[in-house]
Design a protein around this ligand. Structure first.
Ligand code: IZC
Ligand code: ZN
Length: 412
């Protein structure tokens, strides 16, 4: 038996429970001063205040710092070849994201680079990104395929995710996203590609148990809401839980579809209409918002306050990808949640912990510091949550603990 007592926690802040928190509950967190956490075999056994219990095993002094749950990054395109720094000049000239894609760049250029990379190379590169994420306080991530766009290449990307989930210190959930772009060779026969996804890719992914979720980029020039519905329904029949990139650039019905399907999450929602918000609330769908992408695309920001008021649980994630958001720092996402969405630090914390976990079907075991949950937590170089959300551009992690083990510690 291995045990760890984290003592002398100045302030412990955590959402509570095993489900997404919505409405006013999103901002209600437990805050304990002078706290401790006792962990056995990677599981939180007890959280308390005052004098810590005298135990045999390992002890860690938090030095009066802030402790929260480990951050959950519920939306990343982690596996890709190359980068897209060549698009920066176009961005500066205001060339729109969808124009770059339509000209064969954007996602399609990453598809080429991903095809050219071996599984070892992809795993190596993504592994470095995971290490960096961990150093910023992220202890769980979701990773999507979607730079393959053929059965063999999509399966290759998903195998890399599986390999990393077996070797990485982070928990990784896997999403099949063959419907990320239309391959150019299907330009005049889009139905054939949708059929390929439904008849060949999804059955193969399910058979090899390579993914938990199925996602579609529902967007002008990419996939229509009707096509997305067909793909997600098919995925569900094969046991893949539906997710959807909706209303990122144009509102073409993605959020309404997400709610109608009862999708576990809808992503982006930058231009989500009121009818979409109502549908998400009715469907019990988590709104997984990606403010660093709004920042990077120089676009507007999702109507987060309206969503919270309507009872939609809001999560926030990085969207780490080589195009619209080459950023994997969830601390920056937290800053933007306060500054751009006008969410409170407490709502923001819930968004990047418990609600993020709910968006990837992990809220029963991750996302809060409740007894019985996995011991994933961060000791921050911060006295309180306001400070963590207010400082900008620094990395404020002090120590990161995953499954009860110290996986990132200060070097000084
Ligand atoms: O590579 O541009 N929005 N997919 C949908 C992305 C952004 C990733 C990319
Ligand atoms: Zn995305």
């Amino acid at each position: 038996m291995s045990s760890l007592l984290i003592k002398n926690i100045g302030l412990l802040v955590t959402p509570e429970g095993c489900e997404a928190r919505c409405g006013k509950q999103q901002g209600k967190v437990k805050a304990l001063e002078n706290a401790w956490v006792y962990i056995e075999n990677g599981e939180i056994i007890r959280v308390g205040t005052g004098l810590a219990p005298i135990t045999m095993g390992q002890k860690l002094d938090a030095g009066g710092r802030l402790v929260t749950p480990g951050l959950v990054d519920a939306h990343t395109h982690l596996i890709f070849g190359g980068w897209r720094q060549n698009e920066l000049a176009m961005k500066i000239r205001n060339v729109p994201y969808l124009d770059i894609l339509a000209a064969g760049g954007g996602i399609l250029s990453t598809v080429k680079a991903t095809h050219a990379a071996s599984e070892d190379e992809l795993a190596d590169k993504a592994g470095k990104a995971l290490d960096e994420m961990l150093s910023f306080g992220t202890t769980t991530v979701e990773a999507k395929s979607g730079y393959g766009l053929s059965t063999a290449e999509e399966l290759k990307q998903l195998r890399v995710i599986r390999r990393l989930s077996e070797s990485s210190r982070l928990d990784i959930m896997s999403t099949f996203m063959g419907a990320h772009a239309l391959p150019p060779e299907y330009k005049d026969r889009r139905d054939d590609y949708v059929n390929l996804i439904c008849d060949e890719m999804i059955p193969a992914v399910a058979e090899q148990q390579l993914a938990d979720f199925c996602d579609v980029f529902c967007e002008t020039g990419v996939f229509t809401a009707e096509e997305a519905g067909r793909i997600l329904e098919t995925g569900r029949r094969y046991g893949l839980i539906p997710k959807i990139h909706a209303d990122e650039i144009d509102p073409i019905g993605g959020s309404q579809l997400a709610g109608a399907l009862g999708a576990i999450s809808a992503e982006h929602l930058i231009v989500c209409p009121d009818a979409g918000i109502e549908a998400l609330a009715r469907g019990g769908t988590v709104a997984c918002l990606l403010p660093a992408t709004s920042f990077y695309l120089n676009s507007t920001y999702a109507p987060a306050r309206k969503m919270i008021d309507a009872g939609v649980p809001v999560a926030m994630a990085s969207d780490f990808n080589p195009g619209s958001c080459p950023c994997l720092n969830l601390q920056l996402v937290m800053n933007l949640g306060c500054l751009k969405y006008r969410m409170t630090p407490e709502e923001v914390l819930t968004a990047v912990t418990l609600n993020g976990a709910a968006a990837i079907a992990c809220a029963d075991r991750l996302g809060s510091l409740d007894a019985g949950k996995q011991a994933d937590l961060v000791i921050w170089d911060a006295p309180d949550l306001n400070y963590l959300c207010y400082r900008l551009g620094s990395n404020l992690t002090h120590t990161v603990i995953k499954k009860g083990e110290i996986v990132h510690a200060p070097s000084h």
